[in-house]
Design a protein around this ligand. Structure first.
Ligand code: FES
Length: 190
């Protein structure tokens, strides 16, 4: 048996085929390691990119919702006690896209204080506009009317105009931009 092993190992044809087999295995092993290495780098890059996008999106979302108050107007510039409209501007970011949004808000006085309200109709989200001479608001989609306090006086709207979070600081009226679901008798934030 030992003599057979020695003969095989000394045989030049057998030795060269064994060496060739070893080299092929080494090349294959190197190739497999290389592919695994490149694959792990690609996966890590994809994971990092996703984390960055999610991180940026959530930070800005949190800021807009919990920290950033949007200036509506100075109290001295408002018409005391009267319903009125203003346009607010604020930055939004969705993934990598950053832009400035302009939105109309409705100012309604409640208990002597101005409160910003959403301009979206609670019926089906159409825009609500002020009718200054009548001191009321109208949604022309299906003709809902709201009085100077924002309550429904006519039409299919299931509730009054939705108030936005509002504060007055150093003589300035601020609000936060919030969207509410249309339909239903209760305002539910989207
Ligand atoms: S969407 Fe305003 S009345 Fe229908």
């Amino acid at each position: 048996m030992l003599a057979l092993i020695i003969r095989i190992s000394l045989n030049p044809v057998t030795r060269s085929s064994i060496l060739g087999y070893n080299r092929r295995m080494q090349r294959r092993s190197f190739f497999q390691s290389f592919v695994a290495f490149v694959g792990s780098i690609v996966l890590a890059a994809v994971g990092l990119g996703t984390a960055i996008v999610q991180g940026v999106g959530s930070v800005l979302h949190g800021k807009g919702k919990d920290e950033n108050w949007i200036k509506v107007d100075e109290i001295d510039h408002l018409l005391p006690g009267q319903p009125q409209e203003r346009t607010i501007s604020f930055r939004t970011k969705d993934g990598w896209e950053e832009k400035t949004e302009h939105q109309k808000v409705l100012i309604i006085y409640k208990d002597g204080e101005p409160v910003a309200h959403s301009p979206s109709c609670p019926h089906l989200d159409c825009p609500v506009s002020l009718v200054p001479e009548a001191e009321k608001f109208i949604c022309k989609c299906h003709m809902s009317y709201f009085d100077a306090k924002g309550d429904v006086i006519e039409g299919p709207a299931p509730r009054g105009l939705d108030p936005l979070p509002t504060k007055i600081e150093d003589g300035v009226l601020y609000c936060r931009w919030v969207r509410y679901q249309s339909g239903g008798s209760q305002a539910v934030e989207v």
